[in-house]
Write a protein that binds this ligand. Structure first.
Ligand code: VG1
Ligand code: CO
Length: 543
């Protein structure tokens, strides 16, 4: 077999972040960069000899070329089989499902998620384990350690595989199966959501706009929403995946999904709007004139999931990432089910899901999911919403008003300060850290600090501990500010400031979030000295 053992040297900076390794595309295309990282993954998981891997990505620039390299390397490392989405396409949740369905040993997902794509933009790669979920920290640590000692990588000297051709292919001894990226996923959705009910909803004239943002969910949404559920053609917009996402920023939030927002707040707004991100794991939900924060969406889905066939028996428990608002905690309490608080990043939900401790989980960053896969799942969340809208006959804003009446409303907002000098961002976090022990009881800008700490997580399933997961400051009266540094950026540091204020007064449930969060924002800026230390007077993005 024409296997080459290529001599290489360790490349710095190959430490996986919140969700795999993300870098500028140009960095990924440097000599040996991708190859080193792939070999480190293979070595870090104990080799791939005889194993089956699922491979696919969000279709961004370099997706196909990178897949060809990965296939040649899997072959040279004696993998038995690779299952690849046609055209190299697999949404992140669909890849997770395929790993589980085909009982594969793991998968490689090529994506930088909501980051822009193109030769001058971002690329990413992550490894998911046999449960279909992102590698745990123990595994990513091993991969990173390997990147520091790597001396050789193995690659087969072979030509390209035609990724457009469905069916079985061979690369030396390795089998490559090219599969329809949508079919199995669509089938799974039908076991969870009441398709006939949602079809009736659309047949009755219910209108919707789904913005695929030129990213991977286009084909999934066309098939499921328009072909299977009978939503009129044109319901899905920007449904053709493109390597640079139509030069857009495929991040489903009110800033980047402005076209959809304008539609939903305009005169002829459809009944329901939704969007998904680059790799299809995020979702944005918006009703007619009613944006739903991801934290509230998680709470709403928790309250009503039993209306969908997949969750008829109720939920075993729920989990949210630490910065996600505590709205879901209040719903969980009323349902009498467990509620877990984990660090940011989907990898921390895997053990809870595997152990059956939780059924639903979510993050403030537009991620919601359940035990049907081991990734967050954008289109699934949209379908579950549709099921709930169909069952209740209520509008999005009516559902939200009911939820707030019953549980109070957690006003919520996230401020992102992007491309901050890393040293300054660290200095701000250090400054906060130094105050943690002395700040309780102190009144800042009218709010009194109740408790402050740096979040650490003890995994209740495997006992592993993750420290340094964000600084949280709780104030009396139900306000909270959380500070973290992003682990997905590719340039400088991104400071995330998460603000929350609980309101239970029935007369104050329809206020402007900006107004309701003014005090906690001031307190957070004061206690952190953010403006003085980073030089930033305003966030780049508010969601
Ligand atoms: C961000 C979000 C986090 C999410 C992660 C990956 O991480 O805050 O909630 O899990 O992106 O999502 P960070 O470290 O930048 O805050 V995705 O859709 O980019 O895979
Ligand atoms: Co994503």
């Amino acid at each position: 077999m024409p296997i080459q053992n290529v001599r290489t040297t360790p490349i710095e900076g190959q430490k996986p972040g919140t969700s795999g390794l993300r870098k500028k595309t140009a960095v990924f295309r440097r000599p040996h960069f991708l190859e080193n990282y792939v070999q480190s993954i293979f070595d870090g998981i104990g080799g791939v000899e005889g194993k089956t891997l699922v491979i696919g990505g969000d279709g961004r620039f370099f997706n196909d070329a990178a897949i060809q390299i990965i296939l040649r390397m899997a072959c040279a490392n004696s993998a038995a089989k690779c299952i690849v989405g046609q055209g190299g396409i697999l949404s992140t949740p669909a890849a997770s499902h395929l790993i589980r369905l085909k009982k594969a040993d793991g998968g490689l997902i090529l994506s930088a998620s909501h980051n822009p794509g193109g030769p001058d933009a971002d690329f990413g790669l992550k490894y998911n384990g046999p449960n279909g979920g992102p590698a745990t920290e123990a595994v990513t640590d091993k991969i990173f350690e390997r990147t520091k000692t790597l001396a050789f990588y193995k690659i087969a000297a072979a030509g390209d595989i035609d990724l457009a051709q469905l069916g079985m292919h061979k690369l030396e001894d390795m089998v490559i199966e090219i599969v329809d990226p949508v079919a199995d996923y669509a089938e799974l959705m039908q076991t969870i959501v009441d398709f006939p009910k949602v079809r009736n909803l659309f047949a009755g004239g219910f209108t919707m706009c789904f913005d695929a943002m030129h990213a991977v969910t286009g084909p999934y949404a066309h098939t499921i929403l328009e072909d299977m559920l009978g939503a009129p053609k044109g319901t899905v917009i920007n449904g053709e995946p493109s390597p640079d996402f139509g030069k857009g920023h495929p991040d489903p939030n009110p800033i980047w999904a402005k076209v959809l927002m304008d539609k939903m707040y305009g005169a002829d707004a459809p009944d329901f709007g939704a969007a998904s991100d680059g790799d299809g794991d995020r979702n944005m939900i918006v009703g007619r004139g009613a944006y739903v924060t991801p934290s509230d969406s998680l709470a709403l889905l928790t309250a009503h999931a039993h209306l969908a066939p997949g969750y008829r028996g109720g939920l075993s428990g729920v989990a949210r990432s630490m910065p996600t608002s505590r709205a879901v905690d209040r719903v969980a309490e009323s349902l009498g089910i467990g509620c877990y608080e984990t660090p940011t990043g989907w990898k921390f939900f895997g053990n809870l899901l595997d152990a059956g401790k939780v059924t639903l989980c979510g993050e403030e960053s537009a991620g919601t999911g359940s035990d049907h896969v081991r990734e967050k799942d954008g289109l699934w969340a949209v379908l579950l919403w549709l099921n709930i809208l169909a069952e209740t006959g209520k509008s999005v804003s009516e559902l939200m008003a009911d939820l707030w009446q019953a549980h109070g409303r957690c006003y919520y907002s996230r401020f992102d300060y992007e491309d901050v000098d890393s040293g300054k961002a660290e200095a701000m976090m250090d400054g906060l850290r130094a105050k943690l022990n002395s700040v309780a009881g102190v009144t800042i800008g009218g709010l009194t600090v109740e408790a402050a700490d740096e979040f650490a997580y003890l995994d209740p399933v495997d006992g592993s501990k993750s420290t340094g997961q964000g600084i949280r400051i709780a104030f009396e009266g139900g306000a909270r500010a959380v500070f973290r540094l992003s682990g997905t950026g590719t340039q400088g540091a991104t400071v995330r400031l998460y603000l929350e204020q609980l309101e239970t007064d029935p007369g104050r449930l329809q206020e402007e979030p900006e107004h309701m969060l003014a005090d906690v924002r001031e307190a957070a800026l004061t206690v952190s000295d953010l403006t003085a230390i980073t030089g930033r007077t305003a966030p780049d993005v508010i969601t």
